[in-house]
Ligand binder design. Structure first.
Ligand SMILES: [Zn+2]
Length: 383
């Protein structure tokens, strides 16, 4: 799941970058406000607003730390099972762990998913026991009540995340179970996504009835429900793409023998040749010995100040900065590394240092569209 949010780095835990999006501050304030308004006045009455807010913000910060512990539990189990973890981010609606690869077995998917709710449930038990011990020792209610509140919220977190609906952890457990029963990973993810959309709609509808009944807190349920619907739909389309393009190789979708820019030509000569040539916007640049030297776009060529004396190879982007693939590489691996931008980039498909073809945005779009109609696996037919 990718929220696409820029986040402020907080540090690293076992090589995993941890960050927080600015909306985490909103989450801390809202949670602190809940503690100040709904918990402390009943559980520990008689304190000033300043004292209540200090306790409320502290409780909210500890709650965010327990969210982080939940995500770290996912990440550390994933690492143990050989699944890479890119980073963990906190944001308005909780935490997100970004895995750099997918679990390779239903067992791995199950263990990674179950680690989060298990950590939250564990924290709930620890906080509950601590709260009970503090109460037994006659600690002030101002200390006991936030600790017990932390126990309850972590328990709710564990329970909510266990609902079998994507993108919640319970959705991953459901996907793992279906995958294990049927041997079909794609089907597991699909079932969890459908459940995710249904649960999201139900949650948002319940939130709406709350709002109509005058409870503003229903807005949070509506927001969360909408997030679940969007997120499970996105996950499902990514899953569909993975499923349909799973066996497609770079050479199946590349445009073979694309028009090239001879590096030794002047920019002027090359631009002139384009008036009668194919309407391409990005060109692989080839040196005199036939090896690929880099890439240049039409936009870059027309900006050259002295096209009469400048050679194409002098202004092209060098190979080191250009995405490159081998013909037998799976397309999904190529797309995971780079997504070619319209009119600017192409992925060069190289056999040794020689050009076999290019993959541009149009080729990717073509592959996606065709895959919806017929499974693309040209290499299975021709190879
Ligand atoms: Zn989780």
């Amino acid at each position: 799941m990718n929220t696409g949010l820029a986040s402020i780095p907080l540090g690293r835990v076992r090589g995993v970058g941890v960050g927080a999006h600015w909306s985490t501050v909103v989450a801390v304030l809202v949670i602190a406000q809940v503690v100040v308004v709904s918990v402390l006045p009943q559980a520990a009455p008689g304190h000033s607003a300043v004292v209540n807010w200090i306790v409320g913000v502290l409780a909210a910060l500890i709650f965010m730390l327990s969210l982080l512990a939940h995500e770290l539990a996912h990440a550390l189990v994933a690492q143990r099972l050989g699944v890479g973890v890119e980073r963990i981010d906190l944001w308005l609606l909780g935490g997100v762990s970004r895995l750099s690869s997918s679990p390779r077995s239903p067992r791995a998917e199950f263990l990674i998913a179950v680690a989060g709710p298990a950590a939250s449930a564990g924290l709930a038990v620890v906080a509950g026991a601590t709260g009970a011990a503090l109460a037994a020792w006659d600690a002030p209610a101002l200390v006991v009540s936030p600790v017990l509140w932390l126990a309850i919220t972590n328990g709710v977190l564990a329970a909510f995340n266990s609902v079998p609906a994507a993108p919640l952890d319970g959705g991953r457990l459901l996907a793992a179970a279906v995958w294990w029963r049927t041997g079909d990973e794609h089907r597991g993810t699909k079932v969890a996504a459908v459940a995710g959309r249904a649960f999201g709609v139900a949650l948002a509808a319940f939130g709406l009835t709350q709002v109509l009944a005058g409870a503003v807190s229903g807005l949070w349920l509506m927001l969360l429900g909408a997030y679940l619907v969007v997120s499970s739909t996105t996950e499902q389309s990514a899953n569909e793409v993975r499923h349909r393009l799973g066996s497609v190789l770079a050479r199946d979708v590349m445009t073979p023998d694309p028009p090239i820019a001879p590096g030794w030509w002047t920019v002027r000569t090359f631009l002139h040749s384009l008036t009668s040539g194919p309407h391409r916007q990005v060109f692989p640049v080839v040196s005199f010995d036939g090896a690929v030297a880099g890439v240049i776009s039409l936009a870059e060529l027309v900006r050259v100040r002295d096209p009469l004396t400048t050679r194409v190879s002098d202004v092209c982007r060098a190979l080191a900065g250009v995405p490159v693939a081998s013909p037998d590489e799976p397309l999904l691996d190529v797309l995971a590394r780079t997504s070619p931008g319209q009119g600017r980039d192409v992925v060069l498909v190289l056999r040794e240092r020689h050009l076999a073809g290019v993959i541009g945005p149009d080729d990717v779009a073509w592959a996606l569209e065709l895959a919806w109609g017929v499974p693309i696996s040209r290499h299975e037919v021709t190879a």
